[in-house]
Design a protein around this ligand. Structure first.
Ligand SMILES: Nc1ncnc2c1ncn2[C@@H]1O[C@H](COP(=O)(O)OP(=O)(O)OP(=O)(O)O)[C@@H](O)[C@H]1O
Length: 363
């Protein structure tokens, strides 16, 4: 079966006055229809850059290399017309902070209708009915279509964003911190809504959050990012509750767990700051903050390594640490010992989907 989304060796480098910023360095992700994949990590780890890269929404001049296969078709090599068709209809994004994404002087019904009209998916005389359906699907009465964004609460606005994202019946929804700005009760409602939509429609969802507990409660699988790389990925419950990588472990300990009152009493902070992507340390990039770092960690930048023998594709679990895995981890391999297992080539010259074509940064 072709994956819904297959990201292979993705590198993204921002360039600007201050020099190059290698924000994403060799990321691999895979998502099947009907599944939810969470991407976690601290601020600056590269989560949003991955989300934006998936639909080539990055600023002009940003270099992107690798492959982003959406139902087998490489987004990075699509012509502009095809890319426009894929946005909304193939995949759509729900961003954090609907107030900034919605037009404050346009009624929400008109805003939900816009992608339907642009993509000519519904006859003009059916648009009103489709907007009403979409509002009901996200738990809002159809009568709210006449409201302006300021007449809705934060949770209701986020529901409108989800209705817009669903309008063209995409196969993939990318939710980038979609519930972060909401209070806990509303957050739980929106997460339940997203889960229901995935279950009912069989779409895939990539959910990005700095909060591992949110991902544990919602996702099938989780990938943890640090300084532009995935340092651990596997089944959500295992990665969150029995993390193998010291960073995933610290991140997990930093958040109270949903349904575990004891964990609310003593959430532990993560000491130190993430590295500046332009000046990452040698060896393992987490080493300066790692409580279990050894001498070898200064020279070996470990690849993702099986935490245990894979039983099947869905339960596969990998971590990029010299301490994990059967046989003691990647420091035992020849390639890691001689340094050839490092994170792959630095982002090279302009790749497809970069520079000139990237005139749009938003839809
Ligand atoms: N337009 C840009 N130009 C240059 N550097 C950028 C740009 N956008 C992001 N960065 C840098 O790229 C790195 C990754 O940022 P990104 O926003 O993807 O991280 P994040 O994990 O999503 O963080 P947050 O949760 O704060 O959004 C950071 O070092 C950030 O400063």
């Amino acid at each position: 079966m072709t994956s819904l989304l297959d990201v292979r060796d993705l590198h993204v480098t921002y360039s600007g006055g201050g020099g190059d910023v290698p924000a994403v360095r060799g990321v691999h992700l895979s998502l099947d229809p009907g599944d939810t994949l969470g991407v976690a990590g601290e601020s600056g780890s590269g989560k949003s850059t991955v989300a934006l890269a998936l639909l080539r929404l990055l600023p002009a001049g940003t270099r992107i290399t690798g492959e982003i296969l959406l139902e087998g078709e490489d987004v990075l090599r699509m012509r502009w017309g095809r890319l426009r068709a894929v946005r909304w209809a193939g995949a759509s994004v729900v961003f954090q902070g609907a107030m900034h994404s919605l037009n404050p002087v346009q009624r929400i019904g008109e805003q939900i209708a816009e992608p339907l009209l642009v993509h000519a998916l519904v006859k003009p005389d059916r648009v009103g009915a489709r907007v009403a359906d979409l509002l009901e699907q996200v738990g809002l009465p159809a009568s709210r279509r006449r409201d302006y964004p300021h007449q809705l609460s934060g949770g209701q606005r986020q529901r409108v964003m989800i209705a817009m994202a669903l309008a063209c019946e995409p196969r993939l929804i990318i939710a980038d911190e979609a519930t972060t700005a909401l209070d806990v009760m509303i957050q739980a409602q929106i997460l339940a809504l997203l889960e229901r939509l995935v279950d009912e429609s069989g779409i895939g969802m990539l959910m990005i959050s700095h909060d591992l507990s949110v991902l544990a409660a919602t996702c099938d699988r989780v990938a943890v990012m640090y300084a532009g790389r995935i340092v651990e990925q596997g089944p959500a419950g295992e990665v969150v509750h029995e993390p193998a990588h010291p960073y995933a472990s610290a991140l997990s300990a930093a958040f109270p767990r949903i349904g575990d009152p004891a964990s609310r009493l003593a959430p532990r902070g993560l000491p130190g700051d993430p590295p500046d992507p332009a000046q990452a340390p040698s060896g393992c990039v987490f080493r300066p903050r790692c409580a279990v770092a050894e001498t070898v960690c200064a020279t070996v930048d470990p690849p993702l390594w099986p935490v245990r023998p894979d039983r099947d594709g869905r339960s596969a679990r990998h971590a990029a640490c010299v301490h994990v895995g059967p046989g003691g981890g990647p420091e035992r391999t020849d390639s890691a010992r001689d340094g050839s297992a490092r994170s792959g080539p630095d982002p090279g010259g302009p790749g497809p989907g970069s520079a000139e074509e990237e005139e749009e940064t938003s839809r």
